[in-house]
Design a protein around this ligand. Structure first.
Ligand code: MTE
Ligand code: MO
Length: 315
């Protein structure tokens, strides 16, 4: 039983080293042939793919795949929680290229296949906390954003990284709405040290499979110590800048959404408390709420990035 569905594997199970290495060889081999999508398709005959599990992974119970893929936000497909899964079917995540520009020595357009050739994919089981008060544990498949940024050689003047989602109104009904829910493209940003932090990944898959359209195919950011909206989906552009870039939710409502958006139970959203959360998959909507942890439980890893900063002013 080497290749079980990722969601069937107890999260406490550690990948044996030999299997880890064989998967690595396998992945390096297939990555040379094409995208993770192609890789996943090819492996369909061999059973679902599983990946080496990162040391950063949590052992908590992972969310049901059904919940994680049908209850979410992707306003390009509508503002309802079931809109993304219902309306993202016609979106075409391949072929895909990402433009990397700004303060880097090697700017350019990079095909997703080429990005994947130079990085190591692994499974990262992360807690995710949405600003609206729900949380879930997701087994991502992805690679460290730092790996990609190092390849394009950031200049010392680069202080921030900006991300942009694709604009494709033909395939994204939310971008055709008369009254746009957000200004398009969806934009997000990180400080350079946040972007280079080992916890920060670009994900191409979840649950051992290629990323579903509604979860940000084919490439989305995952920053587990920040509220969910920082994890920008379907990325087509990454720019390195010397100034703090604008972010979509801050543009829409600056009083409610700041640039940092670190998960912080002590700083409430103006309209609701952030002290507790409802964990998706814990027995439905009426289950008890659990306390929200500082930096979403990743304080040991990331608190030092913010030492000396007033996190109430820099929310
Ligand atoms: N382009 C884009 N990215 C986005 C969003 C969006 O509406 N558009 N929603 C954000 C919000 S509010 C959350 S909570 C997460 C949800 O990610 P998930 O679908 O993987 O749960 O995506 C974030 N990234
Ligand atoms: Mo969110």
């Amino acid at each position: 039983m080497l290749f079980r569905n990722a969601s069937d594997i107890p999260t406490s199970e550690i990948t044996p080293q030999s299997l880890y290495l064989r998967r690595r060889e396998f992945l390096t081999g297939v990555a040379a042939f094409g995208s993770f999508a192609a890789l996943a398709a090819r492996s369909a005959t061999a059973g679902p793919l599983t990946f080496a599990k990162s040391a950063f992974s949590t052992d908590e119970k992972i969310a049901r795949k059904d919940d994680a893929t049908t209850y979410n936000n992707f306003y390009e497909f509508g503002t309802g929680k079931s809109d993304p899964s219902q309306n993202a079917g016609a979106f075409k995540p391949a072929p895909w290229t990402v433009k990397i520009d700004g303060l880097v020595a090697k700017p350019g357009q990079i095909a997703l296949e080429d990005i994947l050739k130079g990085v190591s994919l692994e499974e990262r089981i992360y807690r995710m906390r949405c600003v609206e008060g729900w949380s879930m544990v997701i087994p991502w498949v992805g690679f460290s954003l730092a790996e990609l940024l190092r390849r394009v050689e950031p200049l010392s003047s680069a202080k921030y990284v900006a991300f942009e989602t694709i604009v494709r109104p033909e395939e994204m009904p939310g971008q055709r709405a008369l009254l746009p829910a957000l200004p398009w493209p969806y934009v997000e940003g990180l400080r350079m040290d946040e972007a280079m932090h080992p916890l920060t990944i670009l994900a191409t898959g979840m649950y051992g499979e290629t990323l579903p359209n509604q979860n940000g195919a084919p490439l989305r950011l995952v920053v587990p110590w920040k509220y969910g909206f920082k994890s920008v989906k379907s990325i087509v552009r990454i720019s390195l800048l010397d100034k703090q870039p604008p972010t979509s939710w801050n543009l829409q409502n600056a009083g409610e959404y700041g640039f940092y958006s670190n998960v912080n139970p002590a700083v409430d959203h103006p309209r609701w408390s952030q002290a507790t959360e409802r964990r998706l998959g814990e027995g439905g909507v009426f289950v008890r709420r659990r306390p929200t942890l500082m930096f979403n439980g990743y304080a040991d890893q990331v608190a030092s990035l913010y030492s000396g900063m007033d996190l109430r002013a820099n929310f």
